[in-house]
Design a protein around this ligand. Structure first.
Ligand SMILES: [Mn+2]
Length: 315
């Protein structure tokens, strides 16, 4: 479906339930909020299914828009969900009854009756913008929600998915009249004190290999307890290792409570293929970012990762 067809579909139907993905990020949350408000503006009944994973960072955008399983929808729309495995527990009753999936992931599995997919878009928010502006006016509230979606998915215009279209749509969203400064400050210039403390402790015990090109950090349960960090403090923690000058490949090993180690590998794909390394460890992902989950102690998994990197490098 093209954005035009998706807009026509949304105009023709009513009583909407909008689904977000498990571990909801700014894109899925912002898309749901923006789409829900646009539908309501045209007199439709629309709600976002309450997702218990929404953190306090994104929750304000869904204020007054959410509903529980008591609502019986006529039309179910998913935003930024690539696969059935990404439905959260409470969304599973709708696994086989999504009428329209709006998404930007190349890995989209086409689980819905209709799909509006544009995998060239840096965020699903850009696609939602293209759809809703055809039947609703972009109010400051809608503009801000979609700006959160767009800006978080491209790392505030720094990730490699950022292109001219991303900037153009961001500019159009800003024209809706919301103030982007507090949004950028909150999402891109603010860290919790515990997060900074965690980064400093991870840095202290960091292992540098390959003459400084590869860095490994160890997020143990002991460290998590000691600093008192929660999921929000640890969000996207694997990204900070790659910010160190000279580091091409950042590896984060996180001990789970049940005897596993979660591997997160961010690489310079010209230097090391992250997906090939993680495939040897039973995981997967993209050339520049991959992961996996291995049973064992952090020391055993450390050695397994080092061996896998050597195997990939030696071809
Ligand atoms: Mn997204």
């Amino acid at each position: 479906m093209t954005p035009q067809e998706a807009a026509a579909f949304l105009t023709d139907h009513d009583n909407y339930l909008i689904l977000t993905h498990v571990r909801p990020d700014g894109d899925t949350t912002g898309c749901a909020a923006g789409l829900c408000r646009a539908l309501r503006q045209t007199g439709k009944r629309a709600f976002v299914l309450d997702n218990p994973g929404v953190t306090e960072l994104f929750a304000p955008y869904l204020d007054g828009l959410t509903i529980g399983s008591e609502f019986v929808p006529e039309t179910v729309v998913s935003v930024d969900i690539a696969a059935k495995s990404l439905f959260f527990e409470g969304a599973k009753p709708y696994l086989d009854r999504v009428d329209l999936a709006i998404d930007h992931h190349p890995s989209q599995e086409f689980f819905a009756k209709q799909t509006c997919l544009d995998s060239k878009r840096a965020s699903c928010g850009q696609l939602i913008y293209d759809i809703v502006r055809q039947f609703a006016s972009v109010t400051p509230e809608i503009g801000e929600a979609l700006y959160v979606a767009l800006s978080t998915d491209c790392g505030c215009f720094q990730y490699s998915n950022t292109d001219a279209d991303t900037h153009r749509i961001a500019a159009e969203l800003m024209d809706s009249g919301f103030d982007p400064y507090p949004v950028n400050r909150k999402f891109f210039r603010t860290k919790t004190l515990k997060r900074l403390k965690l980064e400093s402790m991870l840095t202290q015990d960091m292992e540098l290999r390959d003459g400084g090109a590869t860095a490994m950090v160890f997020l143990t349960q002991e460290l998590i307890r000691q600093v008192g960090v929660d999921e929000r403090d640890m969000d996207n923690v694997s990204a900070f290792v790659g910010q160190i000058e000279g580091v091409k490949n950042g590896i984060t090993l996180k001990e789970t409570e049940d005897g596993y180690v979660k591997i997160s590998l961010r690489t310079d794909p010209g230097d090391l293929n992250a997906s090939a390394v993680c495939a040897l460890l039973g995981g997967g992902g993209h050339a520049a970012a991959a992961g996996g989950m291995v049973k064992g102690s952090i020391n055993q998994v450390r050695q397994a990762v080092i061996d896998a990197i050597k195997k990939v490098r030696d071809g």
